[in-house]
Write a protein that binds this ligand. Structure first.
Ligand code: ATP
Ligand code: MG
Length: 422
């Protein structure tokens, strides 16, 4: 037997038993963002490597060790997109959507990162995200957060997520804070672990979200980002908090929340759950006022978020928050006897013509009455329409109710509405 070829580690199939949950989650997301007036944007899965290096930052986990990068046949360095924001800004700049305009956009699709696969963490995963351009005031940050809060409500998981919030301030304020943090941490250089030492001069803010408890103890006395915020950012953050309070959104301010990507300034936030084990961040976002310019456009403020669909699907599945998902078929057409198969195929098409919302499965490949009824049952259909030689010559059909205790009926083929109508 030939050797079976398997999927790439960390890249999963989504089987027909799983796709209904995915579709329900995706439809919910689409419906909610549409209710805020957001429009969809789509862009390629592959971009030039330079795009991610310049936006996400050279000394971030993603660019340092997680990207799928390769040379194409022309020798150009390409990368499978590890996230969507950089691509969105690239596309927006390229098509003149951003400067001096207001845009509320959303996207959804696969992303690729070479990480260690585990529950909630994969090498091909899916993100849904929103990006708002052209608005700098904190009400746009608040709107984005309100929108995400509505998503959790619609998905039935609002009780299982909590919001953490912080402000990174302006780039200048962050640079000043960075210097203060480095000077502080230099006193403890001999106590830092390998990761933190590596980050000390490349990306010291990342040390703030270390999982190492000894370093967390050192950080208790570290200078605080909030003490270095510029006045405008302080005001911006205060107003955002007021908006959230007014809207009844609960949050905690986490001074150590810095996010892994370089492009954020001012607001950063994460929605976190305890129901997924170690992979607790469901959704993350923030403001990135400098990115459009950094990628060659004219300065345009922006704010957005991305959420991981796998983590959402895991949550709604394990918490069973979604309504029971219906079977894929409503009506099964069976044909038993000589020369009835043409008539059966026509009948199935007739049902699809007259009742476009009904999902009809036609028995294929013949078989005994018993076998066909078994197929009808397995299909999940509620109704079987059965054609035998008698029915065909009388232009009638036998109706069998598969899930209800009701006697079967024989009706005219012109009277299907009496059973399929409502
Ligand atoms: P994490 O801290 O879990 O690695 P991150 O900070 O790298 O997340 P972002 O780049 O902010 O994540 O992506 C936004 C969201 O996408 C995450 O909150 C998470 O829900 C999801 N996500 C990120 N990486 C993965 C992955 N490898 N597999 C599945 N989902 C992921
Ligand atoms: Mg990560």
């Amino acid at each position: 037997m030939a050797k079976k070829i398997q999927a790439i580690r960390g890249m999963n199939d989504c089987l027909p038993t799983e796709t209904p949950v995915w579709q329900t989650v995706e439809e919910t997301l689409r419906r909610v963002v549409a209710s805020y007036g957001y429009r969809e944007i789509r862009y390629p899965v592959v971009e030039s490597t330079e795009l991610f290096k310049r936006s996400i930052g050279e000394v971030t986990d993603i660019v340092e060790k997680e990207m799928y990068t390769f040379d194409d046949r022309n020798g150009d360095s390409l990368t499978l997109r590890p996230e969507g924001t950089a691509c969105c800004v690239r596309a927006g700049n390229e098509h003149g959507l951003l400067y001096n305009q207001e845009q509320r956009l959303w996207y959804m699709g696969p992303m690729f990162r070479h990480e260690r696969p585990q529950k909630g963490r994969y090498r091909q995963f899916h993100q849904f995200g929103c990006e708002v351009f052209g608005l700098s005031a904190p009400d746009s940050d608040a709107e984005v957060i309100l929108l995400t809060a509505r998503l959790w409500k619609q998905l039935g998981i609002a009780e299982h997520v909590r919001l953490e919030l912080n402000s990174l301030g302006s780039n200048e304020a962050r640079a000043a804070y960075r210097d203060a943090l480095v000077s502080f941490l230099e006193q403890f250089k001999d106590q830092l672990d390998e990761d933190s030492l590596r980050r000390l001069y490349t990306n010291p803010l990342r040390i703030l979200d270390t999982k190492n408890q000894d370093i967390q103890k050192i950080l208790v006395d570290a200078p605080k980002l909030s003490e270095h915020l510029d006045d405008e950012s302080t005001e911006h953050f205060k107003t955002l908090c007021e908006r959230l309070d007014a809207a009844g959104i609960q949050y905690t301010v986490n001074e150590r929340l810095v996010r892994g990507l370089d492009y954020y300034n001012r607001t950063v936030f994460e929605w976190i759950t305890d129901s997924l084990g170690a992979q607790g961040t469901v959704c993350a976002g923030g403001r990135y006022d400098g990115l459009v310019e950094q990628l060659g456009g004219k300065a345009t403020p922006a704010v957005g978020f991305a959420l991981g669909l796998e983590r959402l699907v895991l949550m709604v599945s394990s918490l069973e928050t979604l309504k029971k998902i219906p079977a894929a078929v409503d009506v099964f057409v069976a044909a038993v006897g000589q020369n009835v198969e043409n008539a059966a195929m026509q009948l199935a098409e007739q049902v699809r013509d007259e009742f476009p919302s009904r999902r009809v499965m036609l028995n294929c490949g013949g078989g005994s009455f018993k076998k066909q009824l078994k197929r009808a049952d397995n299909s999940g259909a509620e109704i079987a329409l059965i054609l035998g030689e008698d029915e065909v010559s009388a232009k009638e059909v036998t109706v069998k109710f598969l899930r209800e205790d009701k006697p079967q009926q024989r009706i005219s083929q012109t009277d299907l509405a009496s059973v399929l109508g409502a």
